[in-house]
Design a protein around this ligand. Sequence first.
Ligand SMILES: [Zn+2]
Length: 425
Amino acid sequence: MDILKNTQAMGKRIYEDLEKINFIRTSTSAEETRAANIIREELAKAGLQAEIEEFMVETADIEKVSLNALGKDWEVQGYRRSGSTPEEGLTAKFAYVQQGTEVDLYDKKGMIVMVNSGKLNEEVYERMVRYGVAGFLTWNGNVSDVLEQTDLPERELRSWATRYGVIPGGVLRAIDAMELVKGEPETVTFTLVQENVERPSRNVVLKMKGTDDTTENVTFGAHYDSVPFSHGVYDNGAGSVILMELARHYKENPPKRNLTFCWYGSEEVGLLGSKAYVAAHKEELKDVQLMINVDVAGSVLGADWAAITADESLCRFVEYLSKEVGFSTDVTQEVYSSDSVPFANEGVPAINFCRFGRNGGAMIHCRHDVIDYLDYRNLGKTAAFVQEFSDHMVNSVVFPVPRKMPENMVEAVDKYLRKKRVDEK
Ligand SMILES: [Zn+2]
């Protein structure tokens, strides 16, 4: 059976839904709420009654951020939750500390340092705290970026970092970082004033009763928020609308097992929607046989991939199924950075479906995540395969996936969630 022959109509419906949430939807913003309401309203049109579940997000309002060095101001954004400098700024010696090794950092007490990284690494952050660094800078993008075509978003210091302590941090463009380091300033003045706040974000949750008398449940997930400056259609408006299509499919074709569909908010700031969901529904998790997540889909240039955080036998099944129905996909056993992780952390087997734009075919987490690089054909194909796979699962006589997380995946999840502090290892 070739499931891909009749996916056009499905792909077109999914694409139309995607157009409805084709706007920036950052964590806790009014637009994120608007998107949650659109998802809910579209489901209601199909006779599906979803609920909104609110949860609180720790964030910060940055009131002032600036960087002055070599007699001029540099474009800079702050790290939220990284604390504040004095109002008038912090003037301190500057050093470029490369990858932040012990050798780089042992004598940088009280200094403002720049790390050779767009992303903060836990070992380096812990070392900066330990050696008493007073402020840190990272850089974003590429030295060849064109100013008019790129953005410099704020960043967030996550809890895995703040548990060591807070150091006021900022982020520059790569080109500015290079110029600053080349200029070898003796001192720089960095100002960051912010207020920590808590704001609500939302999950959209739809429950569907199965036809069998069972407590067994299959839970579907996709995050619908985006990062700043990004329309987030590829990551992950696409997964969100594929999930809506699946919900309509099961409304028309009632499943044997109970289903839950979750559209998560605030995934992009640390999987907060799914973490909140798992915390609020802990009692129900024992009944969840499998979590099926869709994150990133629809790119014209791309390749499909199933990342499986579960028993190896599920990898074999997906491989066989892909051959049976004529759908090309990579299959690996691993932890995929998405809302499946909090479930896997509770021992719930998980599978992530995605379609990755290889080698620049489609981009995430920037203004270039736009609908022009996606099409209905590829949305339809991935959706058809997820549906085919899900039909096998939700209607199986005995649930085929072992309800046990293999040892290697337990370790990988612990590592991903940074359960161990680096100074305790
Ligand atoms: Zn995503």
